[in-house]
Design a protein around this ligand. Structure first.
Ligand code: NAD
Ligand code: WQD
Length: 339
């Protein structure tokens, strides 16, 4: 049985991935410094899997601490989620973002190499494309100029991994570019736990529905899109979690050290902000007060994925209908608010 280290595994996507890995027969070890999570989702993952998941509260930037985890467990592969992810905060605190996101990844790679290498999946983002000229975005779509330090850390880490696998034949990598992950586990035992005012659309919708926020502002109604609001590709977090399992399976089957492949992870279906809000209201039979507002600085008009490569080579595709995802997001919000 292969043992996979999940860095940032107490977080939103990491905890869902832990569940899918266990279901697929992997042993998982979780590392997280709890800088943007508590243990709620990890406990949820343990309840769902019926397993106690080895967890180390350590910082991935600390090489000695990471080494102790590698000494205790026969790590065969790593999924690296551990990073700061708030775009706006990255503009205010660029050094903090560069330091954490780059140092944690470099340290993980160093320690993996010192322990004989292995397979590694890196969490990248559709943000690397900026506003593509041609849609949907394929993996060959040129990366845009990063408009914020967070996006830049994703581009730099992609380059680090690409260079590292070329130089170190014991490494094999897959870069997954996530589009817009949303939703929660069907059990409502895991989901997104944003701190403070949510930046992302779906937590803002669910918090407005729950009465925590007064009104949702729809940022931009004058885009060159069918209803004037921005288009995105919203991917269910459980589908996204399965993509990591597929990525690892691809690497173990192909066994091609020295390679680094890139895959888009999305649904391939664009939805507008307004459509998403309307679907949320319809499926949950609830009203969400919203108002049109100006465009948010740094936002792109439209981006969605061409997922052919992942469909073909990872034998993965998005399955959960967005209505179901939005029902799960609301079930999770109600659960954490005790509604
Ligand atoms: P999250 O904040 O819920 O999870 C990240 C986890 O990493 C947190 O639990 C945090 O405590 C931990 N962490 C951060 N720095 C660490 C460090 N130095 N050492 C140990 N732990 C550390 O975020 P998420 O939404 O689950 O995102 C996971 C990954 O996916 C991130 O790399 C993020 O950039 C990337 N990503 C997320 C999205 C999204 O919209 N959620 C989209 C594209 C890419
Ligand atoms: C989606 C749409 C908003 C909130 C961000 C990061 C990206 C990736 C995913 C990590 C946009 C609109 C939002 C609100 C709104 N994260 N919106 N009112 O901006 O596509 O991507 O998260 O890698 O890097 O940039 O996602 O959920 O913030 O916004 O109208 O209160 O919803 O303007 O059009 P985004 P989002």
């Amino acid at each position: 049985m292969k043992t996979i280290l999940i860095t940032g595994g107490a977080g939103y996507i990491g905890s869902h991935t832990a569940v899918e890995l266990v279901a697929a027969g992997y042993q998982v070890v979780v590392v997280d410094n709890l800088s943007n999570a508590d243990t709620t989702c990890l406990k949820g993952a343990e309840k769902i899997t019926g397993r106690s998941l080895p967890f180390y509260e350590i910082d991935c930037c600390c090489k000695e601490d990471l080494q102790t985890v590698f000494k205790k467990h026969p790590i065969d592969g790593v999924i690296h989620f551990a990073a700061f992810k708030a775009v706006g905060e990255s503009v205010e605190k660029p050094l903090m973002y560069y330091k954490n996101n780059l140092t944690s990844f470099l340290t993980v790679l160093e320690v993996l190499l010192e322990n004989g290498g292995g397979n590694i999946v890196f969490s990248s983002s559709a943000t690397v494309y900026g506003q593509p000229d041609i849609l949907p975005a394929t993996e060959d779509t040129p990366r845009g100029v990063a408009t914020n330090p967070y996006g830049n850390t994703k581009q730099i880490c992609e380059d680090i991994l690409t260079d590292a696998v070329k130089a170190h034949p014991t490494l094999q990598g897959i870069i997954l570019r996530y589009f817009n992950p949303i939703g929660a586990h069907p059990s409502a035992l895991m989901g997104e736990l944003p701190r403070g005012v949510p930046n992302n659309l779906v937590p803002f919708i669910t918090q407005t529905a729950a009465g925590v926020r007064d009104v949702l502002q729809i940022f931009g109604s004058d885009y060159n899109t069918p209803d004037g609001t921005a288009l995105r590709d919203y991917i269910d977090v459980n589908d996204l979690a399965r993509a990591h399992v597929s990525a690892l399976q691809k690497m173990y089957t192909k066994n091609d050290p020295g390679s680094c492949e890139i895959y888009n992870v999305g649904t391939g279906q664009p939805l507008s902000v307004l459509e998403l809000v309307q679907k949320f209201c319809a499926v949950n039979n609830i009203k969400v007060k919203y108002k049109m507002a100006g465009r948010r600085q740094g936002d792109v008009e439209a981006v969605w994925a061409n997922t052919s490569l992942a469909n073909k080579h990872l034998q993965w595709k998005a399955e959960v209908p967005v209505e179901e995802t939005l029902a799960r997001a609301w079930a999770w919000e109600k659960k954490i608010r005790d509604l």
